[in-house]
Design a binder for this molecule. Structure first.
Ligand SMILES: Cc1cc2nc3c(=O)[nH]c(=O)nc-3n(C[C@H](O)[C@H](O)[C@H](O)COP(=O)(O)OP(=O)(O)OC[C@H]3O[C@@H](n4cnc5c(N)ncnc54)[C@H](O)[C@@H]3O)c2cc1C
Length: 440
């Protein structure tokens, strides 16, 4: 597999908290020649949701993961199950794709959150959920003014009235800090992504799906009207193939993906459990999942066991030096926003790859000129809900049935290629510099 980051970006994280709450399971690797109806490449939320919907419809499915299911972003994220999935705001979606598509997109965002809630309920997955919707905190007075002005639009887009509160109300909400006010939109919840993924994985297997670990798809080629996937120790022949590799995609499996996705690092730290008196000292006692209004945003939440999770965008490189710089930066930002927690131990720390698309919206649909091959990817750092949902909706496409929920048409338009080919990461440096200026 030809990938665009340094090798370190593709290593297993050693200090990821979710690997302790939901230890990964190591299934056997694909050995010898196998045949299946649908081969799913990638065992994250997208791949497993597609697999589950197909298996529940009676289709024979085989999942291959290069490492193990949940090894990618699905086992490393912040657990915000929330609206999102695109980098385009609603107005930009409307300008590009029209009013109806904008409404369908917002309906899909809500349906995605409901989809995950339904999965947790239906499969009795205990995923330590908390938080009543999601709170955005204003990092400047100007951002708070914009937040207040956005209320009528949120009402039109989502049919709910967000709760906007000024700086003076932060402490009574248990959200005291460096912010200028906030806005809670009552859609979404937080979860332990490791536990959600493990429950999903068990449901997929209970539905009869075969799952293989340590089985990277190295080639994908047509063979007698079907597709043959080659791994280091076996082959899998399938009528249909679903690519669900998101930020861990490669340039050559298949070649169609080349330059159509842009992986971007995101990083997280988790503290030891913070006692109630330590929480009171900081004035942060709420279990709301929050993010700030910066373009290069921070996201954070107090988890049910008292640990604090704090995340932000990662670096542009995955070298030892840049990892060390990132470790310093994430600590500095955490301590600047939560100065009373300077002495609290940070026990876990990891990074992972999210996935941007050139059109700034996700893709879920048929791969052109590869009949029987489908892909879903590109959730712009918000794939807990949207990746799960579009994985399931991609299964509708494969089955040739009506979507079981709202899906805008633009999602199935094949994504364009980024400029600069395998050097396209270079596009991020000026974008980050501009965002840093804007965030001041
Ligand atoms: C640090 C971090 C924090 C995040 N926080 C949030 C959040 O709070 N809320 C939110 O909504 N989203 C968040 N995200 C994004 C979210 O995690 C992803 O959008 C989502 O998990 C994508 O799921 P996926 O199944 O498409 O891809 P992944 O989970 O990345 O899975 C891809 C899988 O494909 C496998 N693979 C790749 N190539 C091959 C191959 N050739 N053969 C076989 N297998 C292969 C990989 O091993 C991997 O397991 C975060 C991401 C990161 C990294």
């Amino acid at each position: 597999m030809r990938r665009i980051y340094e090798a370190a970006a593709y290593q297993t994280p050693t200090a990821c908290w979710w690997r302790e709450t939901a230890p990964p399971v190591d299934y056997s690797r694909l050995e010898g020649d196998h045949v299946t109806e649908v081969a799913v490449i990638g065992g994250g939320f997208t791949g497993l949701n597609a697999a589950l919907a197909l298996a529940e419809a009676g289709v024979g499915v085989t999942v291959l993961d290069a490492e193990h299911p949940g090894w990618g972003a699905s086992g490393r994220n912040g657990g915000f199950c929330c609206l999102g999935g695109s980098k385009l705001g609603g107005a930009a979606v409307e300008r590009r794709h029209g009013t109806d598509e904008r409404s369908l997109w917002h309906a899909a965002e809500r349906a995605a959150v409901a989809h995950v809630r339904d999965l947790l309920d239906r499969h009795a997955i205990a995923a330590d959920t908390h938080s009543a919707g999601e709170t955005c905190l204003a990092h400047t007075p100007r951002a708070f003014t914009a937040m207040r002005a956005s209320v009528p639009q949120v009402e039109r887009d989502h049919g709910v009235t967000p709760d906007v509160f000024g700086r003076e109300k932060l402490a009574e909400q248990g959200l005291a800090g460096q912010f200028h006010g906030g806005m809670t939109t009552p859609i979404g919840f937080a979860l332990d992504p490791g536990k959600y993924h493990a429950g999903l994985r068990d449901a997929v297997q209970a539905a009869g799906t075969a799952v293989f670990c340590r089985s990277p798809a190295l080639t994908l080629a047509p063979k007698g009207g079907r597709w043959r996937v080659t791994t280091p120790s076996g082959t899998l022949t399938a009528n249909t193939v679903i690519l669900a590799t998101n930020g861990y995609s490669s340039e050559d499996v298949p070649g169609w993906l080349r330059a159509r996705y842009l992986p971007v690092q995101s990083s997280i730290i988790v503290t030891r459990p913070i006692t109630e008196s330590e929480q009171a000292r900081q004035g942060w006692t709420s279990d709301q999942m929050c993010y700030d209004s910066r373009l290069l945003l921070h996201y954070f939440r107090l988890m049910p066991d008292g640990r604090f999770l704090f995340g932000m965008r990662g670096g542009l490189r995955a070298t030892r030096r840049s990892e060390a710089a990132l470790a310093r930066k994430i600590r500095a930002d955490f301590h600047q926003l939560f100065p009373h927690w300077q002495e609290i131990d940070i026990t876990h720390e990891w990074s992972g790859l999210v996935c941007l698309m050139r059109g700034l919206t996700p893709f879920a649909g048929a791969v052109p000129e590869m009949p029987g091959v489908y892909a879903a990817l590109g959730y712009h750092g918000n794939g807990v809900a949207m990746g799960s949902y579009l994985g399931a909706r991609l299964a509708d496409t494969v089955l040739g049935r009506h979507f079981r929920g709202p899906v805008p048409r633009f999602v199935s338009q094949p994504p364009g290629r980024f400029p600069l080919g395998s050097a396209r990461r270079a596009l991020l440096a000026p974008a980050y510099a501009a965002a840093t200026m804007f965030d001041r």
